[in-house]
Write a new protein. Sequence first.
Length: 166
Amino acid sequence: MKNIIIKEYQYPENFSDLELLISGHQQFIRELEPHIAISFVHKFDLKKYLSIFFEHKLNKVIYIAYVNNDVAGYVSNYINILNNISVYRQHRFAVLNELFVLEKFRQVGVASELIEQSKKWANAEKCEYLNVGYSYKNNVADRLYNKKAGFIKTGQLSIYKLNSKI
């Protein structure tokens, strides 16, 4: 059994860990969606992005997974403020924004642990639902979210009903 530890990312600690994961995630997207990757996946100043992200940290979080002390994956989450104030949506939604696990750590429970941590965070933030969107080409993500993690597919999104008492 692998020893999986999930830690909340604190900028700028372990910057190289997150940099490695985001680089791997970008490569994965390039391979999965080469026709859109050119416009969406580009080199950017990660330090600048993270400094802005953590300057206004309210309602968002990044978790990093370690397996036997090796960096293995990450997840980022946020609360979708626009959905929360819409007259059409009366519920507080969290978004599982990005989830990526390095290839050598797949199929050992890392993604499941990161999803469970996201659920705990969203519940603690008093959200009623956790939403996730992913490429229709990503069959692995579809099975992970909708069969294993308990999400329900609703068109382009999958949603998970949390136990939060609002």
